[in-house]
Ligand binder design. Structure first.
Ligand SMILES: NC(=O)C1=CN([C@@H]2O[C@H](COP(=O)(O)OP(=O)(O)OC[C@H]3O[C@@H](n4cnc5c(N)ncnc54)[C@H](OP(=O)(O)O)[C@@H]3O)[C@@H](O)[C@H]2O)[C@@H](O)CC1
Ligand SMILES: Nc1ncnc2c1ncn2[C@@H]1O[C@H](COP(=O)(O)OP(=O)(O)O)[C@@H](O)[C@H]1O
Ligand SMILES: [Mg+2]
Length: 277
């Protein structure tokens, strides 16, 4: 297993070309957030916007519209009960699942609409729905972001067995697709088609609801704009950034809030874009 290091940030986070506009930095569609779990998509969207996605749209329960806009006027909103097919096809990156609750219908419609060239990040309730309903993943550039219980539900690999990376590789093979898997825990592991990486940073100050929703949003924001890097490098850089910011905040804070990580992203990214290792 390779140790992930700060080096990945210098590779992926690059200065923006002057000849550009918001479309250059990608369109992200976030699908999730039942009325109960609206906070999850607010945190997805804050992370994606603060990470630099050009345009972010959130398809969610209408009950979440006002709260979302009061936190993030930069994001657009649509009702997730409408037909999302055209919207899905007009975005570069789709993030589905944070706070999606039991909306299997929305998950299935999304899987039917997505194109193979699109980046599809599957998080939270979407992973649990996948496991409970034995649905196949669609053809897309897939990133799964399970915590250990979500991974156990999908693959049947117990959390104790997950300590042996070979089991996780086998579990991924059984999905019939080869998604990038971000297996979240203390010292998260990332399974790419070539290698397995371990995140050596991060800590218990990150154990707060919404911390994974924020990570999924950062991955989406990075994937939308850093299209010159490989998707695996983009995911590695997002995972590293999420915990590096948390570590920095934890020098003076007992706990770190997910939204505080998002707020630090523009400053953090500036540093890596303009300095060399
Ligand atoms: N503000 C909002 O709107 C928020 C909305 N959210 C949304 O809620 C949805 C449900 O997601 P969820 O993760 O909260 O619940 P679930 O999938 O049942 O997993 C928890 C179970 O797994 C177990 N467990 C074992 N190992 C673990 C590990 N390493 N990491 C984590 N858990 C681990 C754990 O064990 P225990 O804690 O009991 O010891 C427990 O039994 C999802 O869509 C999410 O996006 C949340 O983000 C919160 C903020
Ligand atoms: N003790 C810990 N040490 C390091 N990272 C942690 C710790 N506890 C939680 N995290 C991180 O916080 C995030 C939690 O994700 P998740 O459980 O999906 O949260 P949520 O669904 O509430 O947003 C993951 O990135 C995980 O690695
Ligand atoms: Mg989660």
């Amino acid at each position: 297993m390779k140790q992930l290091s700060e080096k990945i940030l210098y590779q992926v986070i690059t200065p923006r070309p002057a000849q550009s506009h918001k479309g250059t930095f990608g369109r992200v569609l976030i699908i999730g957030g039942t009325a109960e779990f609206g906070g999850a998509v607010i945190m997805n969207a804050m992370a994606a916007v603060y990470a630099g996605a050009g345009l972010v749209t959130v398809a969610t329960d209408t009950a979440n519209f006002t709260a979302l806009h009061s936190h993030l006027p930069e994001a657009m909103v649509v009702d997730f009960n409408q037909d999302l097919t055209t919207l899905i096809q007009n975005n570069d990156v789709i993030l589905i699942g944070s706070g999606l609750g039991d909306r299997l219908d929305i998950l299935q419609a999304t899987f039917r609409a997505v194109f193979p060239k699109q980046i599809l990040i599957v998080d939270g309730s979407a992973l649990t729905l996948l496991a409970e309903n034995h649905i196949n993943l669609p053809h897309a550039r897939l990133v799964l972001t399970p915590h250990q219980m979500e991974w156990q539900r999908i693959t049947g690999i117990s959390i104790a067995q997950q300590a042996f990376e070979a089991f996780n590789v086998l579990g991924r093979d059984r999905l019939k697709q080869m998604p990038i898997v971000v297996l979240k825990q203390h010292h998260t592991q990332i399974y790419t088609s070539k290698d397995i990486y371990e995140l050596p940073i991060g800590g218990p100050y990150q154990a707060t609801g919404g911390m994974g929703d924020t990570l999924a949003g950062i991955i989406a924001g990075f994937a939308a704009q850093f299209f010159l890097a490989s998707l695996s490098d983009v995911v590695l850089a997002a995972v590293y950034s999420h915990s590096a910011i948390a570590d920095e905040l934890a020098k003076t804070q007992y706990i770190v809030l997910p939204t505080q990580i998002s707020q630090q992203l523009p400053k953090f990214m500036k540093h890596y874009a303009v300095t060399k290792p």
